[in-house]
Design a protein around this ligand. Structure first.
Ligand code: ADP
Ligand code: MG
Length: 322
C-alpha cells in the first residue's frame, strides 16, 4: 500500500524513540497525556526550521533530524531542565521514504542519548518545515534565567565558539582559508550540522550558576540578552575565548570575529558568583572563563595587550527581521 499520512506516522514516528514511564497516553490519540513529578515544573520551548532559511534544502536528512531536536535540547540545557518529551510538526512537500527514514533515525539517535520521547505531532503537506516543541522537567525553583547575572560574576562559555559559523561562511561564499584541511572541514561541518546540546554540563553547573543562555545567535548577541535583562555589562578577555584547533589555524581576527558574532554554536554561556568559581572549576568540565560582569551597561573587549574596545551592547547576531 502506498504511504499515506497515517501509515507514515506509524512507520516512522510512532515507535521512533524509547518509551518513558511518565507517558500515560502516547502517539495515536487526540492528545498525549504526560505525568509530571510533584517536585518539578515543566519547561517548554519550540523551534521551527524552514528549508532554505535554517538549513540547505539538500542537507543530509539524518543530520537534519539530529539538528531539529538539538536546538530545542539546547534551550532546555540553558534553563537547567532535563529533557522529557517532544512533539514534531512536519510539513513535507512529498512523501520520500528514504528521506523520512533517515530524518527519523537522526532524530531518534539524539533522543535516545537524552531520554526524551516523541509523544505526538502533526503532519501536513507544503514547503519543507520542521517544528519541534521540547518539554523538560526542572526541580521547582531551580530554573536558570537570563536575568540573574550579578555584579562581579565570572562569565563562562562551554566548548569552542565560531566553528559552525566557519562552516556556514564556507557554504555561503568562496571563503576557504588555505590553512584548513579536509579533516578541519569535516569537524567544522559536523559542528554546524550536528551540534551537541550541553545538557550534562548544564546539570553540573546548575547549583553554582546565576544566569545562563545558549549561544544560538553568536556570543555577543546572546551574552547581550543576559546583560540587557540583568541590567549589567561585561568585560571580555579576547585571549580567553575558546577556539577549536581548526579555528586556531586561521587568521586570529577572522577566528575571533566568527567566535564573537556567528551563530549556530549551541554552546552555553553562564555566570558564576566569584566565590563559587573554585567549585565550578573543580568539576573539570569543558568550560572556559572568558570575563566578568560589570555595572556599566557595555561590553568591553580586552585584547592581548589589554587594549579595550567598547562595544554597543546592542551588537547583533542573526535577526530574521533585520
Ligand atoms: P488529529 O486529527 O487528532 O489532529 P492527527 O491525524 O494529526 O490527529 O495525528 C494522529 C496521531 O499521530 C496523534 O496522536 C498525533 O499526535 C500523532 N502525529 C501526527 N503527526 C506526527 C508526527 N509527525 N510525529 C509524531 N506524531 C505525530
Ligand atoms: Mg493533527
Amino acid at each position: 500500500m502506498a504511504l499515506n499520512e497515517f501509515s507514515l506516522i506509524k512507520q516512522y514516528f510512532a515507535d521512533a524513540t524509547q518509551k518513558r514511564q511518565d507517558v500515560i497516553v502516547d502517539i495515536g490519540d487526540d492528545c498525549a497525556v504526560l505525568s509530571c513529578p510533584e517536585d518539578s515544573d515543566i519547561a517548554i520551548s519550540i523551534d521551527t526550521l524552514v528549508s532554505g532559511v535554517h538549513f540547505f534544502a539538500d542537507v543530509d536528512p539524518f543530520t537534519l533530524g539530529h539538528k531539529s531536536l538539538a536546538v530545542g535540547l539546547s534551550d532546555l540545557a540553558a534553563m537547567g531542565a532535563t529533557p522529557a518529551w517532544f512533539t514534531l510538526a512536519l510539513t513535507l512537500p512529498e512523501l520520500d521514504e528514504n528521506w523520512l527514514s533517515a530524518f527519523a533515525e537522526g532524530m531518534a539517535a539524539l533522543a535516545s542519548q537524552h531520554n526524551i520521547q516523541l509523544v505526538g505531532g502533526d503532519t501536513t503537506k507544503g514547503p519543507l518545515t520542521i517544528s519541534i516543541q521540547v518539554h523538560g522537567l526542572v526541580k521547582k525553583g531551580t530554573q536558570l534565567r537570563r536575568s540573574q547575572a550579578k555584579l562581579s560574576d565570572k562569565i563562562y562559555v562551554s566548548g569552542t565558539l565560531g566553528d559552525a559559523g566557519a562552516a556556514l561562511q564556507k557554504r555561503l561564499s568562496s571563503w576557504q582559508p588555505s590553512e584548513l584541511t579536509e579533516q578541519d572541514w569535516l569537524f567544522l561541518n559536523k559542528r554546524l550540522e550536528q551540534p551537541s546540546p550541553r545538557l550534562a554540563i548544564s546539570q553540573k553547573i546548575l547549583p553554582f550558576t546565576h544566569a545562563a543562555i545558549d549561544i544560538s545567535d553568536g556570543l555577543l548577541a546572546d551574552l547581550g540578552h543576559i546583560l540587557e535583562t540583568s541590567g549589567k555589562g561585561a568585560r571580555i578577555n579576547l585571549d580567553a575565548i575558546p577556539l577549536s584547533s581548526s579555528l586556531q589555524k586561521i587568521d586570529r581576527q577572522q577566528a575571533l570575529k566568527l567566535a564573537l558574532s556567528s551563530g549556530d554554536d549551541y554552546e552555553l554561556c553562564f555566570t558564576v558568583a566569584a566565590d563559587q568559581v573554585a567549585a565550578v572549576e573543580a568539576l573539570n568540565l569543558d568550560i572556559q572563563q572568558i570575563g566578568e560582569i560589570i555595572d556599566e551597561q557595555t561590553i568591553v573587549l580586552l585584547d592581548e595587550d589589554g587594549k579595550p574596545s567598547i562595544l554597543d551592547i546592542t551588537s547583533k547576531g542573526y535577526d530574521h527581521f533585520a
